[in-house]
Design a protein around this ligand. Structure first.
Ligand code: DX5
Ligand code: ZN
Length: 229
């Protein structure tokens, strides 16, 4: 059994104080840093890429989890690994050749992730789930931080967990968007392994405390499910 992972999302950080935010992340109990790359085509917003990620790579000591919200993500997979990615997640809705792209990510030596938008049913992953190391279930429509969590996500996570067990896949389930402390227990109980948190970490007065609290609740829920005291 692996402990649930908290992945703060840099999108919600104060970009005028990146050095300080990096130091906070390094000091925190977060295992991963989630990095949202947006192209202004797949989603109606543009975020950051190479220059910012070079700085991240230089200073951040956590696993770098890159979420590509872009069309033709295959053009940038190599670059992500060059920038230190440990996982690269591409969108089901943005790929004509998802199977091939997942194979390509694994061949580059990283964790292959696929993200699904709120309107996309988990069933579409039936035939690729064994090639996937991470499924990112979007709990908001991608493009912006700070949106409200979509409650139907719990149900999707449950169905996905059932598929992963049935197909004997090792994929982790990640939930991304609007995740707050109040959602953590139920998400873990539904089967989530990785919780992305932007505003609920960087928007807090004490982000280190917010991360610690989320992690404690997640681990407690996971231990209770596995009947470990
Ligand atoms: C949304 C991004 C999320 C977002 C999470 O398009 O993929 O990762 O940054 O931020 P919050 O937790 O503020 O919704
Ligand atoms: Zn994201």
């Amino acid at each position: 059994m692996q402990n649930p992972i908290i992945a703060p999302s840099l999108l919600a950080a104060d970009f005028s104080q990146l050095q300080k935010e990096f130091a906070m992340i390094n000091e925190s109990q977060a295992e991963w840093l989630h990095l949202d790359v947006m192209d202004g085509v797949f989603v109606p917003n543009i975020s950051f890429f190479t220059p910012v990620l070079q700085a991240v790579q230089r200073y951040v000591k956590k696993k770098l989890d890159m979420h590509l919200m872009m069309v033709e993500p295959e053009k940038f997979i190599k670059r992500c690994f060059y920038l230190g990615a440990s996982s690269v997640t591409i969108h089901y809705e943005a790929c004509n050749h998802l199977h091939e792209n997942l194979y390509y990510i694994r061949r580059e030596g990283g964790r292959a992730g696929v993200a699904i938008n709120p309107h996309t049913p988990v069933d579409v992953l039936e035939d690729v789930i064994q090639m996937v190391d991470l499924v990112c279930v979007m709990s908001v429509n991608p493009g912006f931080g700070g949106q409200a969590f979509i409650e139907n996500t719990y149900h999707k996570v449950e169905r996905l967990k059932e598929m992963i067990l049935r197909k004997r896949s090792n994929a982790l389930i990640q939930v991304d968007g609007g995740v707050q402390l109040q959602h953590v227990r139920k998400l873990v109980e539904s089967g989530a392994d990785v919780l992305v948190a932007g505003t609920s970490v960087f928007g807090e007065e004490d982000p280190l405390h917010a991360i610690r609290q989320m992690r404690d609740v997640a681990i407690k829920a996971s231990l209770a499910m596995h009947n470990v005291r």
